[in-house]
Design a binder for this molecule. Structure first.
Ligand code: FAD
Length: 390
């Protein structure tokens, strides 16, 4: 991976006795959001920036269960000015470069690594950011090695590595689906899955394909949602899977069923629902109830909304700490949820332009180019659940 050639040495830092480098921008996280916004920074003419990742580029995708595939399809539509749904950069099409419609996590991780190399992004891997504070107009990013300094920070650390542990008694007895290397390796014949949105459905589908019996519980009923917004209802990919014979035969759906506790006695797991029903299994129940999200880690740098997500200004900047930006699936504006690549990529241009103009770089051409590719969404009034662009 290309290492940073851009940082300037600054001398001793207060926080550590090591030398700190100072950047115009540090992007924390080298996933789809971090790599995508970094490419936008480069396109906006910003040179002195760095992407840091605690692991490697694309490591969250690389750790998806082997069988899990993208639910959003890729198609080489760029030639008519419509960016491939899974593209994170202007002119890039995963469908064209990978020849796959629904990539696996590993395939997409490789795609991100290829993009980072192609665009010669300045990247520092194996660098865990453990604290961020702003002092005297500079952000101090304390990492496991040294402190990095930056005028601006883009938080793009995602959610996958910050799983939700469930909010019920005994949730520690469950296994989060993000810790499963592959479904083929799960032993047992009967599974209880808590959470019936995309991850839970994916787990149920792969287990059912192997002839396992699955009971799938959700406090709502995502498979009955009539919304056209895939952040709310299930994807077409999952609806199609529901119609497969193995799914119909092996998966039992429990809508509007809130789990209140899980216990383990004599090697048998028992889950109890809020209305008093109980279900047993010798297999560890699977938890697919979502992610805590990395934004909790930087909650001291953002005002928080009532739903626990960061409150963002028009440019996805913190409303209380100037220079602190958010990119990725945790971006929310009003009722709009930017949780898919084709949604949150539309804000990369907004963030990059905002930082570039604060550095006195001209951005008119950048805005025109990004807007024409649907990567500069500044008018959110068009967006609602029936709006196909968001
Ligand atoms: C199973 C699953 C399937 C999905 N399918 C789709 C889909 O089909 N289509 C779609 O558009 N979206 C999908 N999503 C949603 C979303 O696109 C992904 O969650 C995506 O990974 C988000 O990208 P990201 O860059 O925000 O986060 P990540 O890919 O998680 O990247 C964050 C990076 O930050 C690094 N990091 C984290 N904390 C730190 C730290 N403290 N210091 C340094 N580095 C750090 C991590 O190592 C990681 O590489 C899916 C999500 C899941 C969980």
């Amino acid at each position: 991976m290309v290492s940073s050639q851009h940082g300037t040495l600054q001398g001793e830092d207060d926080d550590t006795d090591s030398i700190a480098s100072q950047y115009d921008v540090i992007v924390v996280g080298g996933g789809a959001a971090g790599v995508g916004v970094a490419i936008a920074l480069a396109h906006a003419g910003i040179e002195n920036f760095l992407v840091v990742d605690r692991n490697e580029i694309g490591s969250s995708f690389a750790s998806w269960p082997e069988e899990t595939r993208f639910i959003t399809p890729s198609f080489p539509s760029n030639s008519i000015g419509m960016l491939d749904l899974n593209s994170i950069a202007v002119g890039v099409s995963p469908a064209f470069s990978m020849r796959v419609e629904h990539p696996t996590g590993s395939e997409f991780a490789k795609h991100l690594q290829d993009l980072a190399t192609f665009f010669e992004l300045p990247i520092q891997e194996n660098t865990d950011v453990i604290n961020i504070e702003k002092k005297d107009e500079l952000f101090h990013l304390v990492t496991d090695e040294k402190t990095l300094l930056a005028k601006n920070v883009i938080w793009a650390a995602g959610e996958y590595q910050y799983p939700g542990t469930g909010r019920f008694t005994g949730s520690e007895f469950c296994r989060h689906t993000s810790t499963i290397p592959n479904y083929a390796g799960l032993e047992g014949d009967e599974f209880l899955i808590i959470g019936g949105y995309e991850s839970g459905f994916d787990a149920a589908y792969h287990l059912a394909k192997r002839g396992k019996k699955v009971k799938l519980f959700d406090k709502d009923s995502p498979w009955s949602e009539t919304s056209s917004d895939p952040s709310v209802s299930l994807s077409t990919f999952s609806f199609e899977r529901m119609t497969e014979q193995s799914f119909e035969e092996n998966v039992e759906l429990f809508p509007e069923t809130l789990i209140s506790s899980v216990s383990l006695n004599d090697g048998v797991y028992e889950i109890t629902t809020q209305d008093g029903q109980t279900f047993q299994s010798k297999e560890q129940p699977l938890l697919a109830s979502g992610f805590e999200g990395s934004h909790k880690f930087v909650s001291h740098l953002f005002e928080m909304r009532d739903d626990g997500f960061p409150l963002l200004g028009d440019n996805d900047e913190s409303t209380i700490v100037p220079g602190m930006f958010l990119c990725g699936p945790a971006v929310r504006h009003g009722g709009l949820i930017f949780c898919f690549i084709f949604k949150y990529r539309q804000r990369f241009g907004i963030v990059a332009q905002s930082i570039a103009s604060s550095l006195d770089l001209p951005t008119d051409d950048f805005i025109d180019a990004y807007r024409s590719w649907g990567m500069y969404l500044d008018d959110l009034s068009c967006c609602g659940q029936e709006c196909l662009t968001c």
